[in-house]
Design a protein around this ligand. Structure first.
Ligand code: ATR
Length: 288
């Protein structure tokens, strides 16, 4: 860690760069801890704060006029914010949702906002630690926004994907959008895939004893990733490890999507270890 004679509060001054997250609710977001730890580690005079706009359009105007450089976007604004952007990254456009804003202030008379989606970068990087994506087939459980980002991301990387989902119609809709097969839950036993990714909230506290797939099917996959991170070791990951699978916890995707945001905003490599430690510290504090 860089040695700094000031506490974070004392460092905030007229030159402090503003970053934040907009969502509703945002009180439980882990992103402030992750990004503020990264600023401290690299000695960047920046601050990242949670913001809960009562009105998205007005909130967005506020970010523009108050000098924000970069902002994370979370539920329920990831799609609703699209109409406010000046530009959108091509993959974010395909996904149809953004989780990152970057304000270009080079011309103060015309501040331009570009929307990105780093969720897919986060899931690809997490999976790439255990898989060669372009040679792999991945079974995705779920058909919501997270499944969409994970699915488009894997296709960007050249992986083959298969979708399964509790509600068949929603699963089929996403599969047809992605141009990939859909498999009903009852037929998952017939899927040949290298990896399994749970993109649903199944297994999240307080319902942490529920599995998103039958226990006897988990060992069929070499790699199992869960996007649920509370608890960090979900029942899915515990059973996967016991059945000999390599596992990837939900903090990895969160950490890597945050790291991609950090680099977009600061143009500097993200301090990965510091960001993960900050996430773990908050989770630990919450569970004790
Ligand atoms: P997100 O944007 O976070 O992905 P979402 O759009 O609400 O959230 O999608 C949630 C996904 O989790 C859906 O695929 C949902 O399945 P349905 O389409 O059947 O609703 C899935 N999901 C949520 N709770 C579930 C449960 N108890 N069992 C199985 N699937 C569940």
């Amino acid at each position: 860690m860089l040695c700094c004679p000031f506490s974070r509060g004392e460092m905030i001054n007229g030159h402090t760069q503003l970053f934040g997250i907009i969502g509703r609710p945002v009180t439980h977001s882990l992103s402030p801890a992750m990004h503020n730890a990264a600023f401290t580690e690299l000695g960047i005079n920046g601050v990242y704060i949670p913001l809960q706009p009562t009105n998205l359009d007005q909130g967005f105007d506020g970010l523009k006029s108050l000098g924000f450089i970069g902002v994370s976007v979370t539920v329920p604004f990831k799609v609703e914010i699209l109409h406010l952007l000046d530009r959108i990254d091509p993959v974010a456009e395909k996904i149809g949702a953004v989780n990152t804003l970057l304000f270009d202030r080079s011309d103060p008379a015309k501040i331009l906002c570009t929307g990105y989606n780093t969720d897919w970068i986060g899931s690809n990087q997490a999976l790439a630690e255990e898989l060669v994506l372009e040679k792999s087939t991945v079974l995705i459980i779920g058909a919501g926004g997270a499944a969409r980002a994970v699915g488009f991301g894997l296709q960007e990387a050249g992986a083959r994907i298969v979708i399964t989902n509790r509600t068949e119609s929603k699963g089929r809709d996403l599969a047809s959008l992605l141009g990939c097969p859909f498999v009903p839950a009852a037929e998952v036993a017939h899927v040949q895939a290298d990896a399994l990714v749970n993109t649903t909230s199944v297994g999240m506290e307080p319902h942490n004893t529920i599995l998103p797939i039958a226990s006897e099917l988990i060992g069929r996959f070499a790699v199992v990733m869960d996007i649920v991170y509370a608890p960090l070791t979900t029942r899915l990951l515990r059973e996967a490890a016991a059945q000999g699978c390599r596992t990837i916890d939900g903090l990895k995707m969160l950490q890597y999507q945050g790291a991609a945001q950090f680099t977009l905003w600061t143009k500097r490599p993200a301090p990965h270890a510091t960001m993960r430690e900050a996430l773990l510290r908050v989770l630990q504090a919450r569970s004790s």
